[in-house]
Ligand binder design. Structure first.
Ligand SMILES: Cc1ncc(COP(=O)(O)O)c(C=O)c1O
Length: 380
């Protein structure tokens, strides 16, 4: 059987360091706001190349806290608009709504599944304050296009980097050409998720904000801690969202191997790209041979087919597990019916109807990838 993602195998490969780290925290008697969290925050800020990193309870909170902090700073006010891609996990939209702002949905580019900057420009109004490039499936969005747009219209750029730990934008951003930049450091602020299945995954929930902006960082950190910087003094109506000591210690064990793990994911992507009979099977890929580089950390390897459900059943019958990211787009969810009930977003909808995610992980062997390829190529 080939699992979609074998978390047990992945986590076992970090032993005995993982269990040692957990025991150290367990024996320390200190479980929140301690050394392990401060240590990981510093390491992750260094890794992303930002001045600040704030651990949070999860990725949804990381995004929400960024928007709440901008609200406190007066950069964004209730009802202001934020452009987000229509094909993302619902968390991106919920974070904007939670902060009392309005997510305006933008079609993706069918070639990349990431936000289409040309469509984004048509959505800008006098109330637009920010744009959220989601680096979907682990592939960096068109950050040069996003920066050009943001510069022209005075927008904040908030990266949803929940799926893109370690991805490098090596083309250089406007004004910063010839410098490699990592996800988390490509806008004004970024949110990460350390959900267990992510490229950098905890053993439970976790998240982080990265930013160069000291004021934003201080306010977000305070809101995450009940709006307090000093015990029992509350400046903001905050929330309780913490990266705890156990999860931080786990992440510190895993971070040093992230680049190597991402490189292995790229090797598997290359096997899929080169060996699946795309045209013969009428399958589409948004990954082109020249795209298998550091700008994509292949959190997900998506393929697209009008016969997606049949193909998924065919693979399952041969004990190969796949997933769909995502079966229903956010604007078609019952939870958001009031906000988007009648909106048509045909490009995003087609992606949701046709996407199938193949098994990919740093521990998937060439032989297992070969079995997936053979099984797909045998699909008639
Ligand atoms: C694109 C995207 N944004 C946000 C999130 C939210 O992260 P979390 O599940 O840690 O709250 C996720 C992950 O689930 C995600 O994939």
């Amino acid at each position: 059987m080939i699992k979609y993602l074998d978390l047990q195998r992945i986590n076992a490969s970090f032993e005995p360091e993982l269990s040692d780290a957990l025991l150290r925290v367990s024996h320390s008697g200190w479980y929140l706001h301690g050394e392990a969290t401060a240590h990981f925050e510093q390491e992750f800020a260094n890794y992303c190349g930002t001045a600040h990193c704030i651990g949070t309870g999860n990725g949804l909170d990381a995004l929400t806290l960024i928007f709440l902090a901008y609200r406190e700073l007066g950069v964004m006010n209730a009802g202001d608009e934020v452009i987000v891609p229509a094909n993302t996990y619902i968390a991106t939209l919920l974070s904007v709504l939670r902060a009392g702002l309005k997510p305006v949905l933008c079609e993706p580019s069918p070639e990349t599944c990431n936000i289409c900057v040309r469509h984004a420009e048509t959505l800008i109004t006098g109330r637009t304050r920010a744009i959220v490039p989601v680096h979907l499936y682990g592939r960096l969005a068109d950050m040069e296009g996003v920066h050009n747009l943001a510069n022209r219209y005075g927008l904040k750029i908030i990266e949803d980097a929940a799926q893109a730990h370690g991805a490098i934008y090596d083309e250089g951003l406007p004004g910063k050409e010839n410098q490699p930049w990592r996800a988390g450091n490509l806008g004004d602020a970024a949110a990460f998720s350390f959900y267990p299945a992510k490229n950098l995954g905890a053993l439970g929930d976790g998240g982080a904000i990265t930013t160069h902006d000291a004021e934003l960082a201080a306010i977000a950190r305070s809101i995450a801690n009940y709006g307090s910087t000093e015990k029992y003094i509350h400046l903001y109506q905050g929330v309780n969202s913490r990266l705890d000591e156990l999860q931080a210690a786990v992440l510190s064990v895993k971070l040093p191997r992230l680049n190597k793990d991402n490189a292995r994911r790229r090797e598997i992507a290359k096997l899929y790209k080169e060996n699946i009979h795309w045209e013969h099977l009428n399958l589409r890929s948004t990954v082109h041979a020249g795209d298998i580089n550091e700008a994509n950390v292949f959190h997900i390897f998506p393929i697209f087919s009008s016969r997606r459900d049949e193909l998924q059943r065919h693979l399952a019958a041969h004990n190969i597990h796949t997933q769909i990211h995502y079966p229903i787009p956010p604007h078609r969810q019952e939870a958001l019916r009031q906000e988007y009930g009648m909106q048509q977003l045909p490009i995003a909808e087609r992606i949701h109807n046709e996407e199938l995610s193949l098994p990919i992980s740093p521990l998937l062997t060439d032989e297992e990838a070969g079995q997936v390829i053979d099984c797909i190529n045998a699909f008639v």
